[in-house]
Design a protein around this ligand. Sequence first.
Ligand code: FAD
Length: 432
Amino acid sequence: MAEKFDAIVVGAGPAGNAAAYTMAKAGLSVLQLERGETPGTKNVQGAILYADALERIIPDFRDDAPLERHVIEQRMWVLDEKSFIGTNYRSDAFNSDQPNRYTILRAPFDKWFSGKVKEAGALVICETTVTELIQEGKKVIGVRTDREGGDIYADVVILADGVNSLLAKKAGFHGELEAKNVALAVKEIHFLPEEVVQSRFNIKGNEGVVIEIAGAVTHGMVGTAFLYTNKESITLGIGCLLSDFKKAGIAPYTLLEELKAHPAIAPLIEGGEMKEYAAHLIPEGGYKAVPTLYGEGWMIAGDSAGLVNAVHREGSNLAMTSGRLAAETVIALKERELACTALHLARYKTALDDSFVMKDLRKYKELPDILHGNPHFFSVYPQLLNRAAHTMLMVDGQDKHSKEKTIRGSFVQQRSLWGLVGDAYRMWRATR
Ligand code: FAD
């Protein structure tokens, strides 16, 4: 029989790297397999890195991780065709020596993380695709790869192979990914001189600004857009549910072109040289779409388990946390000389349930269905809010009481009184 490892990790994204690093650091024999030429070549993210999740795995990551800017300001914009209404939060408190959020570029970041995994003692093999799980009855005992003689065995396999985990599907651990539970996102990176990025966003040094965007740019489809500042570039992207793209017959790239041309966005990227374009799926089905997370000899983490908080645009931190918790489950079992049976691996689910990962997904469990059934949240309200701001801010001789009446009238005309009450109730239910 071929060599046997304590654990095999499939995938070298944030979930796989967190799992492989944690187990290797604890002295377990770990094999990590990645289909990309190097870790990161197949991966797409905005990308905001949430420090906390990584800090719990590599406390001193700030010493050498390739970080772009630390985020000191978040803007939330709701667009109509010509304008936007929004909020900003900017704080000097984010300028501490332990910033909470960074922008990153995934290719160099994943490469760095993978270097740490190797330093910790894991065997990392790239350009190797796991084609299926090797099972003995219901128990997963290893993986089959696309290499000659590529069957490899382990006590446990952690699936961290990203959204639409084909391996889990093939093994019957979950069904087909439904189009209503997954967003298709496209993004571009526009390069600009560092000082231009700084002056356009009123930042200095490595400070950064991120803008989360909703409204007219998604044509009423369930989705959002984003703009993130990097050191010498700006990342701009947009994503909507795959089911909505299918229904609307609009190409994602059309939305990105419209976003770039919007009067609020165009001046921010003007003169930039577009060097990178990418498209990727994001699992956005939320709590109700999370599949079975463990079984005999296997666990599933990160995007492959649907662990994305679409409301707060958090994914990589849920991936790292689930990867770490899966690894800690294996470490605890090894310490007590317990086998990686479903009964024992159930601790992984308990740990996830006790963490922010499942607590946050549970909080928003009704949101995907509610948004799906109420497209006016993405079409009617952005128009109404922008028009209300315009009406109120135009100084045109009309008194403010009359303006308020006009605004109230426009809301009632579009949604009716009961419609407005119903929408408020639905939003409360979706986010309570
Ligand atoms: P992945 O990063 O997808 O990694 C999976 C890895 O497995 C890949 O390297 C892949 O090549 C490998 N693999 C797959 N199949 C096999 C196989 N059979 N054999 C071997 N290897 C395999 N999250 C945030 O936290 N902040 C953001 O700002 C943010 N922005 C985003 C913007 C966009 C446009 C997108 C698409 C996502 C964004 N996310 C963001 C979500 C985030 O990218 C994901 O949640 C995160 O990458 C999930 O990590 P993962 O390790 O589970 O999966």
